[in-house]
Write a protein that binds this ligand. Structure first.
Ligand SMILES: Cc1cc2nc3c(=O)[nH]c(=O)nc-3n(C[C@H](O)[C@H](O)[C@H](O)COP(=O)(O)O)c2cc1C
Length: 265
């Protein structure tokens, strides 16, 4: 009788421990290079993906406002976010990033607005539509809100159709005090200059990947902040809709040389 009682106690403890431990074990799911972990998407790690040279990318860069009805891939999103704010070196414990930063104060935060069926994970499987925040250290995006918020972003961006129609929009936010606490008022200039560096990286990486983008500066700051659920000190300063261009832009160095030769006459 006593032994039976003991066994039943041991059994119930074992079952309880098993159930609790399974509840607290991180549930990961690997989907074609993107791993989801409780609303966090570990992006495929950055790698060499394009054969295009820097000079070709600069030559072919153009603001694109019309999109083919084609999603981005998770590799595209990974490379664009890495180009924007990813890590490029670990230097005595300091994680240097893809864009320069005044005094390495890194005042920018990156949000991603993902539409329905807009980022392909594998055939017929898409990243959940929503607002995500980029984590540069983990090269991951973390779900902030679920749902396709592109129409709200379009409304907040003076109804510029290329915002609503792009599969993905990147929103760059500034946390001014990270830089002004060191440089005072001049820090405001530095933060805005940095957004420009990030923006050009987004343009060039998009171009190299056969994608397109356009810098958006015209929008209602507070409305955009609301759409992306930004923290109070995160001020939206730039938006980059990204998609596959409806008409790929073509240009060659031969044509460019003709232009210069005419200009020199
Ligand atoms: C700070 C800034 C703000 C801009 N804002 C907008 C905008 O709100 N909407 C838009 O369609 N284009 C915007 N643009 C893109 C410019 O219209 C575009 O860069 C310009 O026409 C030159 O064309 P290109 O980029 O193809 O060389 C902006 C560009 C910059 C640099």
């Amino acid at each position: 009788m006593k032994l039976g009682y003991l066994i039943s106690i041991i059994l119930s403890i074992t079952i309880t421990v098993y159930v609790l431990s399974s509840l607290y074990t991180p549930q990961t799911e690997v989907r074609n290079g993107a791993t989801t972990l409780y609303g966090e998407v570990l992006l495929p790690l950055p790698k060499k993906m394009t054969a295009i040279s820097t000079e070709e990318s600069i030559l072919l860069r153009k603001s694109i406002r019309e999109w083919a009805d084609v999603p981005l891939t998770i590799d595209h999103l990974s490379m664009i976010l890495w180009a924007a704010q990813g890590v490029v070196e670990e230097y005595y414990g300091w994680l240097r990033r893809s864009s320069p930063s005044a005094g390495a104060t890194y005042p920018l935060e990156i949000y991603v607005v993902v539409g329905n069926e807009s980022v392909l994970l594998k055939s017929n499987e898409y990243l959940q539509a929503g607002i995500y925040k980029y984590d540069y250290k983990r090269h991951s995006i973390k779900l902030v809100e679920v749902g396709d918020k592109r129409t709200l972003l379009w409304d907040a961006s003076l109804n510029q159709d290329w915002v609503r129609d792009a599969p993905v929009n990147i929103v760059i936010c500034a946390v001014y005090e990270r830089t002004t606490s060191r440089y005072g008022e001049r820090g405001i200039r530095y933060v805005i200059l940095e957004a420009g560096h990030v923006g050009q990286n987004i343009y060039l990486m998009s171009t190299s990947l056969g994608l397109g983008t356009v810098a958006i500066g015209a929008f209602y700051d507070d409305e955009v902040a609301k759409v992306i659920s930004a923290a109070k000190n995160e001020k939206p300063i730039y938006i980059f809709p990204i998609g596959v261009p409806l008409t790929p832009h073509k240009m060659t160095f031969e044509k460019l040389q003709d232009i210069y030769n005419r200009l020199r006459k």
